[in-house]
Structures are given as structure tokens and as C-alpha cells.
Ligand binder design. Structure first.
Ligand code: BES
Ligand code: ZN
Ligand code: ZN
Length: 482
């Protein structure tokens, strides 16, 4: 849930809490606002290169944030976001009803600061008996910055709200967020934002033969769902749709190949973060009214070792007609995604992106600093993704999909097997997915970035919503280049 109300103002009262974005060398705004002693302190700290100054002036908070000395705009923007998130963390024990953000920095980075502050102010409070006592630091953020238009401010609201929707979906435990509930959330969000939804139940999934999704679901008491979201405004600029696919494993025990490492199951409610992201992106696209035709696909189930669970050694017939030898039931994400990727073919898509907490190998390779991408989309699309990743600081690193890696997933007795060898695990998972595509496609392995175990500025603990801001930036660039 978005915890901060953001409004535009044109002035502030003398008792309001202030957050002032400032250039270190231009402190003239402070002359009339601060007492001589406070001004002296501010000037001294600015000279000493302090990144920020917190003053409590007669019960009123005045926080001054200095712009970072970095040559790259994207790095300065990220520093601002981090400042926002860090200040919220520092003020967590002080309840401040409202504050006014004033831009005296000369550079237009108040949007980024507000973004960091609002995202850092997020808290998942549903499961506290006294939820109201868990309230966030700020209830209201007023923004005083004439360079920020009303639309831009509304957009910040939509984007931060969408990130928080993804976080909520991820933070919900499976006891509540099972595959059926996830489909209901999709329907509710579709109604709220204005995108179309259709949900296939188990009977329909059986009727069309999504054998991968059904196999993973066999150990579960709860039926699978396959949800289709569509945003197709009249002014859509793309003739062929963009299709987004999200891994919706609402909980991953590993199935009969039960997760082997101690505690590795503790956070496996996050295994639907790819689905959460696709849902959030659809919500954002509809709320922003993006002139793009976008389809979102979410195959959903839990992965459990119930009595009829699919087994290592099983051979399953996929929706595409290919047969897969299952050698590890914990490599389930690729199996349900494969059916969704095959389903995507009917749209004759411009390109397909899939998002999935797919492999521990991706997380081990680069940690929480970036997500792993791979695919066969053209360089134009790849470069746009990489540039958007840099600009939003939701960075991406491309792994190769060389032919040789395909050898690792060849089976002696079926078309494919669902695991490769000991090396290149993120890539062999990607190779598996590639088999089910016949269009320009990119795979985003978000296993390392979707869920954090410790707070990191505006990226709070738990679900991060990683990818939402990246996709927004990507869509804007794509629209300019279409
Ligand atoms: N859901 C996991 C991957 C994962 C790991 C997500 C860590 C988030 C954090 C996935 O289904 C899985 O279990 N992958 C296996 C594949 C292996 C059996 C080939 C893995 O990465 O160990
Ligand atoms: Zn797994
Ligand atoms: Zn999984």
C-alpha cells in the first residue's frame, strides 16, 4: 500500500517541516529562513562536504539535502533517491505528519527525491493487530517545485503506487496469496486501473492442454490459474502487441526435490515476484494511459510435494507439444513459463519479455545489484533496456545464450530436460525458455533483486518491486522510437 499522499503546493507556512534540496555552494535561500546559529552550522557542514544536514528548529524539522558531486545525471538521480530513502529510515522513530519538499538545487531532481522518500516510506502492515500503530513516517508530502508539472506529480504517484502494489503482492504469504487469490487480485486491479482481464481455471487449463502448468500443480491441493491481462487503448502506437509474462509460483517448496539448503524456503512466497511485476506494470500502463497495446500473462500455482506430485524422472507433455524430462522438480519456473511463452505466440507479438525469480545461479552471479537478462531481441531493444536500467538504477547485465549451452538441456528420452549441468545455471534456464519462443524475446531473471533481506535506502526489506521503474522508462523510450 502506498503510505504517502503527495500534493503540489505553491508556498509553505512558517511552522511546516521542510526538506530542502540545495546546491552546496548556493545557500542564499537559507538567509531568511534560519537563525544565525543554524545558518552558521549549515554553512560549516556544507564546506565540510556533509551530504545532508538535519536541523530541529523550535520543534520544526528542516532537512537540507545537498546534490551529489557526480558527473553522470543517472548517478545524481540515484543519489537523490537514496537520500530520500535514507532520511525516512533515520526518521522512522519520529512521527512527522507532513513535510514540504522545496527545490533550491537548481537541478530538477525533486521527482527522484520524492520517489525515494515515498518508496522508503512503504511498510507492509497488514499483519499487525494494531496496524495503525505501525504507520509510516510521513502521511503527506507537499511538493513546492514550479518546474514539476501537475502531470509529472501525478505520474510520481502512479509509479510509486504501482511499485507498492508489486511489493504488497510479493509480501503476502501463500496462506492468503494462493494461485486462485492471485487471479482475483488481477481482476480487482484490472477493474481499478481499466485493463481487461480473463482468468482460465483448472478445467480450461486442462482443456487447452497446458501440461507444464498442470504438472507443477499436481502436488498441490489448490488449482492453478492462468491470467490474461490486456491494455489496448484506441491511441495505441504499436500495431503488434508487447507481451509480458510473469512467473507466478506463489510458493516454491521445490516439490519432491525439496529445497535442500537450510532456510532457503523461508522467503519462497517471493517466487511470484515476476507475476507481481507484470501485474504492477499493467496497472501502471493503464493508469498512465500509455498509448501502447500490452498483454500480460501470468501462469500461477504453488510447487509442493503433495501425494500426487510430479516426480524426478517424469516426462510431461507441454502445451507446445514438446516433451520434457523432469530431473528436478525444483526447476519448476521454466516449466510453467514455457506454457505461457507458447501461449504468447498467438498474439504475433512485437516482442515478449518474461520476468521470473528463476534461478539461484543468477542471484549468486551478480547479487542484488542488477538483474540478469538474456534473449534474442534485436540490439535496439536490448540497448533500450540497458539504458533504462541505468537511468532508473534498476540495472541489467546481459548473459549470452550461445548455442553450446543448449547441449546441457538435451535429454536422451525426450525433447528437453528441465535442468542443465553444474555450470551456467541461469543460462541453461534461459535456453530452456528459448525453446518455446518464435518471436523477439528477452528474459529477465530477477531472483537476486526481487526480494531483499536487509534494507537498502528506498529499497525496503521484502518485496522491492524491482523492474517497475525500468519498464516505465523503457516504454517511454520505446514510444519515442516506434
Ligand atoms: N525459485 C527458485 C529460484 C530462486 C532462488 C528464487 C533464490 C529466488 C531466490 C527456482 O525455482 C529454483 O528452485 N531454481 C533452482 C533450479 C535448479 C534446480 C536447476 C535453483 O536455482 O537452484
Ligand atoms: Zn524451484
Ligand atoms: Zn521457483
Amino acid at each position: 500500500m502506498l503510505n504517502t499522499n503527495i500534493i503540489s503546493v505553491s508556498n509553505y507556512q512558517s511552522d511546516e517541516n521542510l526538506i530542502i534540496l540545495s546546491d552546496k555552494n548556493k545557500l542564499d535561500w537559507a538567509q531568511t529562513l534560519l537563525a544565525a546559529r543554524e545558518l552558521g552550522m549549515l554553512e560549516k557542514l556544507a564546506k565540510e562536504d556533509a551530504p545532508y544536514v538535519v536541523l530541529n528548529s523550535g520543534g520544526r524539522w528542516i532537512i537540507v539535502e545537498f546534490s551529489a558531486d557526480k558527473a553522470d545525471t543517472a548517478l545524481r538521480a540515484e543519489a537523490m533517491r537514496r537520500n530520500g530513502g535514507n532520511r525516512i529510515a533515520q526518521l522512522r522513530n519520529v512521527k512527522i505528519d507532513a513535510a514540504t519538499l522545496v527545490n533550491h538545487a537548481g537541478e530538477n531532481l525533486s521527482a527522484e527525491y520524492a520517489e525515494g522518500l515515498i518508496l522508503g516510506n512503504y511498510k507492509f502492515i497488514k499483519y499487525f493487530k494494531q496496524a495503525d500503530k505501525q504507520a509510516s513516517v510521513f502521511a503527506t508530502l507537499r511538493v513546492l517545485d514550479s518546474s514539476l508539472s501537475a502531470t509529472e506529480l501525478d505520474n510520481i504517484k502512479i509509479i510509486t503506487e504501482s511499485v507498492c502494489i508489486v511489493r504488497d503482492l510479493v509480501n503476502e504469504p501463500v496462506l492468503y496469496m494462493d494461485a486462485v487469490q492471485l487471479a482475483k487480485e488481477i481482476e480487482t486491479l484490472g477493474k481499478a486501473a481499466g485493463f481487461h482481464t480473463e482468468v482460465f481455471d483448472k478445467a480450461k487449463i486442462e482443456a487447452i492442454g497446458m501440461g507444464g502448468l498442470l504438472a507443477v500443480n499436481m502436488g498441490s491441493k489448490i488449482p492453478p490459474t492462468f491470467s490474461i491481462m490486456e491494455w489496448n487503448p484506441e491511441n495505441a502506437k504499436n500495431s503488434k502487441p508487447i507481451v509480458l509474462v510473469g512467473k507466478g509460483v506463489v510458493y516454491d517448496t521445490g516439490g519432491l526435490s525439496l529445497k535442500p539448503t537450510a532456510n532457503s524456503m523461508d522467503y519462497m512466497k517471493c517466487d511470484m515476484a515476476g507475476a507481481g511485476l507484470v501485474i504492477g506494470v499493467m496497472y501502471m500502463a493503464a493508469k498512465l494511459g500509455l498509448p501502447l497495446h500490452i498483454v500480460g500473462l501470468v501462469p500461477a500455482t504453488d510447487n509442493r510435494p503433495g501425494e500426487n506430485a510430479y516426480t524426478p524422472g517424469d516426462i510431461i507433455k507441454m502445451y507446445s507439444g514438446s516433451f520434457v524430462e523432469v530431473l528436478n522438480t525444483d526447476a519448476e519456473g521454466r516449466i510453467i513459463l514455457a506454457d505461457a511463452l507458447h501461449y504468447a505466440k498467438q498474439y504475433d507479438p512485437a516482442f515478449v519479455f518474461d520476468f521470473a525469480t528463476l534461478t539461484g545461479a543468477a542471484a549468486v552471479a551478480i547479487g542484488p545489484q542488477a538483474c540478469v537478462i538474456m534473449g534474442n531481441a534485436d540490439d535496439k531493444i536490448k540497448n533500450m533496456i540497458k539504458a533504462s536500467g541505468h537511468e532508473t538504477y534498476e540495472r541489467t547485465v546481459e548473459f549470452p545464450l550461445w548455442e553450446e549451452y543448449g547441449e546441457d538441456i538435451k535429454s536422451d528420452i525426450a525433447d528437453l530436460k528441465n535442468v542443465g549441468g553444474s555450470y551456467g545455471g541461469a543460462i541453461t534456464a534461459g535456453k530452456f525458455l528459448e525453446h518455446f519462443t518464435d518471436y523477439p524475446w528477452m528474459h529477465f531473471d530477477i531472483a537476486g533483486v526481487a526480494f531483499l533481506h536487509k534494507e537498502n535506502a528506498y529499497k525496503v526489506k521484502g518485496g522491492t518491486g524491482f523492474g517497475l521503474r525500468l519498464m516505465r522508462n523503457f516504454f517511454e523510450t520505446y514510444l519515442k522510437n516506434i
